[in-house]
Design a protein around this ligand. Structure first.
Ligand SMILES: Cc1cc2nc3c(=O)[nH]c(=O)nc-3n(C[C@H](O)[C@H](O)[C@H](O)COP(=O)(O)O)c2cc1C
Ligand code: SF4
Length: 687
């Protein structure tokens, strides 16, 4: 039964000619599947609708080859050939009672166009913003007329595909309509530049075009930046669009679209991680915009708390609860609130592993929801799993180690109906997640443990034991038919890693030591980070805030280099500088003797030394699963390492490994060499 406090979230809301069944709105989010994996994409969106989201949107969908976001795999609607793939998505969303929204994009100066090999287009001559060393062309009035026709054509195709909501996209600094609006990109002197009325002209015209075409058939939404957060330049001039100017924009076109989708800053702020922002971080910026229009408004801010959602609606801050990541981590979030199962919500931890899939152009993945991106490919579901086979009545599974992989495996095996024992040698469940959640900014990562522990409590067929280290001899005494070893991994201590092919120092501390509470002797510490993800930066920050004098040394040209894929790298650098950490990039550590670290430039090999009392070695973790070999030598048949114990990696990979183990247990053998998931092959065009 639903808690009546949440009733307001389930009120239907009209958006122009269509009605959303409730206030849960999956805002556009890309997913690395886009035009390349249409069946995977459609099934993923369908599952969101099944989970109760009233509106389920696409990612940004390129409307024309002059807006080719090559590298990334976005949606595409360049011509009629793209329509069938979109129909598939619409069908899946409609099948579960949702409204399907499409976010049309012309990326303007952000389009690298390296595939289509045409110049980027923009309001004025400016460098292309997506990293290619090219310059965009200033659009002529004829180009602007063409752009409007391309957009109209895409709207017609969207309607033919069956979409219920069609977006005009002017946000994230990524689209031509925002570029015309913003003085940062627009220095035109004709009727499309200069005054705000002129800069808003193109957006107004395209909104009017879209409304004309959609008339009565689909709603028109506008995603808009309400503050570019760019501040002022050295002369005190506003660099981009600030709040007051955007309020004026609402004065000019506030009543045009059927819905306003409000966002703030660029993508890295909009999708901030929990390390840098808490739930609701956009609220102060979007506050008050709803009062500037009579049209419904949607806002975002990693919202997972239904109480916060109710407050946002009741205080008149928004009509819809927009969500990308909360809907990725838990596609069934709305249904869980509706069914009075709030405690079952699998809350997003704000790690942006989902975002990394987009940057790496691979199907989306999620730390909390291992089924994300696997709905069609492997047939996984965020809430359901096939029961154990009928002939598996006697099967009993022992899982050793209750880190992310062990917890995930136990939960899904329990749901399959297996009798499961999950043993943990320490006093706490969660493994590395518990330890890392104690680091600065990572508290929300504890949700990986919390969700699974709560679910396990609901499963009578899963027994969880703490402080129960087991030897191989003890294990074989019991009658387990299957044993999963999820005993984690240990950090290497000697500097061997990507850069060094052999160990280079002794006596170093590792992240394991620091997480266990050990601290360097002496005050000057070198943190050698050749792992490149978050742990080096986080530990350097922690030590600095504890009063150590920290130098972080990395062979890469950026600190915490891989975090560009979670859009945190620049924030980490900034935070380390603020904490007083010295950052040495393109540098490696050759040795650490006495109170001296020997360093070398990775390009020239030129050596220098640094006074240092201690070194922390962060290169990689090695699997820790001695039980596997021991059990096999005692004759155990079905023993398998999972998670970090098999293949150390991200927490997302460990969770995925746990799910994979649970899905695959006693599943039919696919045969040697078989690809274990469905693939979609691009059709040949013919000659
Ligand atoms: C993986 C991912 C991809 C995204 N892609 C898009 C996109 O294609 N278009 C867009 O307007 N916003 C995109 N966003 C931004 C989201 O729509 C949203 O505004 C932002 O993530 C904040 O909402 P959240 O905290 O609920 O995730 C993306 C976000 C994520 C996490
Ligand atoms: S990957 Fe992380 S940030 Fe993205 S939805 Fe999942 S838990 Fe949230």
């Amino acid at each position: 039964m639903r808690d009546h406090r949440y009733d307001v979230l389930f009120e239907p809301v009209r958006i122009g000619p269509v009605t959303a069944r409730n206030r849960f709105f999956q805002v556009p989010h890309c997913n690395g599947m886009g035009h390349r994996h249409p069946s995977s994409l459609a099934e993923m969106r369908g599952v969101k609708a099944e989970g109760g989201w009233a509106v389920v949107c696409t990612e940004e969908v390129e409307i024309h080859h002059t807006s080719a976001l090559d590298g990334a795999v976005e949606g595409r609607l360049w011509d009629d050939m793209d329509i069938p793939a979109h129909r598939l998505t619409v069908e899946r969303v409609h099948a579960h009672g949702g409204l399907a929204g499409i976010e049309l994009v012309h990326s303007g100066l952000n389009a690298p166009n390296t595939y289509s090999r045409v110049p980027a287009l923009g309001p004025s001559v400016r460098p292309v913003t997506s990293g290619t060393p090219s310059v965009g062309r200033e659009m002529t009035l004829a180009d602007i007329a063409d752009l409007r026709e391309w957009h109209r054509a895409a709207v017609r195709r969207s309607l033919r595909a069956g979409y219920d909501v069609v977006y005009v996209y002017a946000a994230h600094g990524l689209t031509v309509f925002q570029q015309f609006l913003s003085p940062r990109f627009n220095s035109r002197t004709d009727e499309y530049g200069g005054s705000l009325e002129n800069r808003v002209r193109l957006l107004r015209e395209v909104l009017e075009d879209t409304l004309d075409l959609c008339a009565g058939r689909a709603a028109v939404a506008c995603r808009i930046v309400v503050d570019e957060l760019l501040g002022v330049d050295g002369q005190g001039r506003a660099v981009g669009l600030g709040r007051s100017e955007m309020e004026e924009v609402f004065g000019l076109i506030g009543e045009l679209p059927d819905l306003w989708d409000l966002m703030v800053g660029e993508w890295d702020f909009d999708s901030s991680t929990s390390r840098f922002e808490q739930e609701g971080y956009s609220e102060p910026f979007v506050h008050g915009f709803k009062q500037l229009t009579t049209k419904p408004v949607v806002i975002v801010g990693r919202y997972t708390s239904p109480d916060t959602m109710v407050r946002l609606v009741n205080q008149g801050i928004t009509d819809f609860i927009g969500a990308a990541r909360p809907s990725i981590a838990d596609p069934f979030l709305p249904n869980k609130i509706a069914e009075g199962r709030v405690e079952d919500i699998r809350e997003c931890i704000g790690c942006n592993i989902c975002v990394s899939g987009d940057w790496l152009s691979v199907p989306i993945r999620c730390t909390q929801n291992a089924s994300m991106g696997e709905e069609w490919r492997r047939g996984w579901h965020p809430e359901r799993i096939a029961p154990k086979p009928a002939d598996a009545a006697d099967a009993k599974v022992l899982i050793i180690g209750a880190g992310p992989a062990g917890l995930e495996a136990a939960m899904w095996l329990g749901r399959r109906g297996y009798e499961v024992v999950l043993t943990e040698a320490s006093r706490t469940l969660g493994g590395r997640v518990v330890r890392e959640a104690a680091l600065p900014g990572l508290a929300e990562w504890g949700r990986v443990r919390d969700h699974r522990v709560l679910q396990l409590e609901k499963l009578d067929n899963v027994l969880v034991t703490l402080e129960s280290p087991m030897t191989a001899e003890e294990i074989v005494e019991y009658d387990f038919t299957h044993v999963a070893v999820a005993t984690g991994a240990t950090w290497r201590v000697d500097g061997l890693g990507r850069f060094h092919a052999a160990g280079v120092f002794t006596g170093a501390l590792t992240p394991d030591d620091l997480l266990a509470g050990l601290r360097p002797s002496g005050n000057r510490v070198v943190v050698y980070d050749d792992e490149l993800f978050y742990i080096g930066g986080v530990l350097a920050e922690m030590l600095a805030t504890e009063g150590f004098q920290v130098t972080i040394v990395t062979p890469e040209s950026k600190v915490s280099a891989w975090t560009v894929n979670t859009m945190e790298q620049h924030k980490i650098h900034r935070r380390l500088v603020a904490a007083g950490v010295t950052i040495l990039t393109d540098t490696t550590v050759l040795g650490h003797e006495g109170n001296v670290a020997r360093l070398a430039c990775t390009y020239t090999g030129r050596e220098h030394s640094l006074a240092s009392d201690a070194i922390v070695s962060i290169t990689f973790r090695e699997p820790h699963a001695p039980l596997v070999g021991q059990l096999q030598s005692l004759g155990s048949q079905h023993v398998q390492a999972i998670g970090d114990a098999y293949n150390p990696g991200t927490i997302a990979e460990a969770v995925y490994s746990g799910r994979l183990y649970a899905e695959a247990l006693q599943a039919p053998d696919l045969g040697v060499g078989a690809t274990p998931f469905r693939r979609e092959i691009i059709g040949l065009a013919g000659r």
